[in-house]
Each structure stands twice: as structure tokens, then as C-alpha cells.
Design a protein around this ligand. Sequence first.
Ligand SMILES: Nc1ncnc2c1ncn2[C@@H]1O[C@H](COP(=O)(O)OP(=O)(O)OP(=O)(O)O)[C@@H](O)[C@H]1O
Length: 309
Amino acid sequence: MHVLEVNHLKKSFGAVQAVKDVSFQVEQGEVFTIIGPNGAGKTTTLEMIEGLVPPNQGEIQFGNLNWKKNSDDIKKIIGVQPQLSAMFDLLTPSEHLQLFASFYDKSRHEDEILKMVNLTEHKDKQVRNLSGGQRQRLAIGMAMVGDAEMIFLDEPTTGLDPQARRNLWDIILRLKALDKTIILTTHYMDEAEQLSDRVCIVDQGEVITIDRPDALIKKLTVEREVRLAFLEHEEAAINSEKVLNALSVVSHVERDLTELKIWTEDPEYTLLELFNFTNKKDYQVDQISIREMSLEDVFIAFTGKEWRD
Ligand SMILES: Nc1ncnc2c1ncn2[C@@H]1O[C@H](COP(=O)(O)OP(=O)(O)OP(=O)(O)O)[C@@H](O)[C@H]1O
């Protein structure tokens, strides 16, 4: 069932067309990630859906509810991670959660949220004394106070160190385990790949493609690049190249002295055949790697542009 459907959203700020045409549907319980480079229109899209910025055109439906007729009902089912600037430096995480809880008829218990976002031991520190990662965790906690079914997180890990990012990923996965629907924006490809059920790649205000990360990568190519190097001098590589070229699954092979790059539809079969041969000949393979395709490759394939964070 679609819990959110947006159709042909458009938004301009003066001459800047921040969002030109964005449509997608989100299913109950999924992590749906909007990913794109800086200025792609992610935040503007999210803010239109959250009811903070009015679209110039397009429709936003939360099931049967829409902002024009049902704004009070929508506010009860969505949780929005506040901007860090909306926090009070002199208040503690506990006080922030209590303040936010007072806005709702029904709220989750403060202790439960603190535990979920790993802030129990910091609950009485003033926000100005928290690290960047701890503040982001508090922001996610604040989005959870009303026990919303759908949680919006706008670039929750931007600017955090790798460990703090991973902590946030764990929290997002815990929310998913509670069957919450999570709509996330990021410009980190690895994050989108790790967390998302589906990703929506946007660039210059338009949707480029939407699918599961693995499906997008698979669509890109059926071939994988395998690299290996031999310990011996060139003979091992030259003879192996001949064997590899005779395999139907191998489309081509490049050799640079003792190193081979192999493009194959079936890396496992290719390596089995190769190792049969190298064993017989007693050639020593030194290094081997199979290059993983990533969402970054998907972005480059769809836009023809390099990905930059
Ligand atoms: N209030 C505003 N007034 C004028 N221009 C704006 C406003 N908000 C956004 N823009 C412009 O709209 C475009 C899209 O911005 P948006 O913040 O939605 O992108 P984004 O994908 O979230 O980028 P980032 O990853 O840098 O946050 C940008 O060119 C931005 O400068």
C-alpha cells in the first residue's frame, strides 16, 4: 500500500527552479532514500512533503489525506527531524524531548527514545556540550516523540565522522524494525546503498531513476571486472590470457605485464577455469579482486556526470 504519493511536484525560488518534476510513491515500512548532489532539490522536495514549503504545482497524498483538507491528521502521522539550529543550546536532551512531547496528544516515553538513540547517559547535558553525532541522534529522537508512522530525515549524517554515521545507520535500521516508514535524503552513495529499500536518484530538480539499489546496479551491467596479478614473470599472464579469451563468458581481457583485467558475466566460473589452468601450470596468483559496482556507477551511467559529494 502506498503511504505517500507525490505527483509532478514543482517549486521555483525566483529564477531558480529547485524542483522541476518529482513524482514517486512510498510503501509502508520501507526506507526510501532521495539521493542527489548538492542543490539537486532534495531538501525542497522534503519540505514540500512535510508541509513547510508550498509547491507551485503537483500533488501530495498521504493515503487518503492531503495538506489542504487534513493537515491536523497528517501532523499526527509524520515525524520531522528538526534542523540543528532549532535546538536550544542551554536545554538538555531530556528537556528537548519533554518539550516536543508537550506538542502531541500521544507521545513515546522519553526514556525509551533516549535508549533508542543512545543518549541515556547524556540526557542531562546541555545541548551545547554534545558532539555533532549526539545532536543528530537527538534530532532523530525528536522526530520520534509523537510515535509517528512516517519519519523524515534530511541528511542526518552530513558532516559526521564514519563511526557517528554508522551509529545513526543503526538507529535508522531500528526504526525500520519498528515498521516505521522512513524517508531519508543523503548525498552519500554508500549510505543509500546500505540503508535503503529503494532509492530515488535526483539531479537538477528531476527524478533520474527509482529502484532497489541492487536492481539499479544489476540493470547497469551484467559484466564484472576481475583483476589479478601473478607472482611470476609475464609468461603466466600471457598464457592465462589465452585461456581466458577462449571462455564464452569473458568479453575481453587486458594485460599489463603480470597483471590481468578480465571482464566477465560469470566471475565464479571464470576463476574456476583459470585456477584449474594455473594449478596445472603451477603459476602463483598474487592478488585478486572483483570490482563491485556501486550506486555511484549508476549515477554516472544515467547522468554522464561524475558523482561529487
Ligand atoms: N529558500 C530558497 N530561496 C532561494 N533558492 C533556494 C531556496 N531553497 C533552495 N534554493 C535553491 O534551490 C536549489 C535546490 O536546493 P535544495 O536545498 O532543495 O537542494 P538539496 O538537494 O537539498 O541540496 P543540498 O544537498 O546542498 O542540501 C538550489 O539551487 C538552492 O540554492
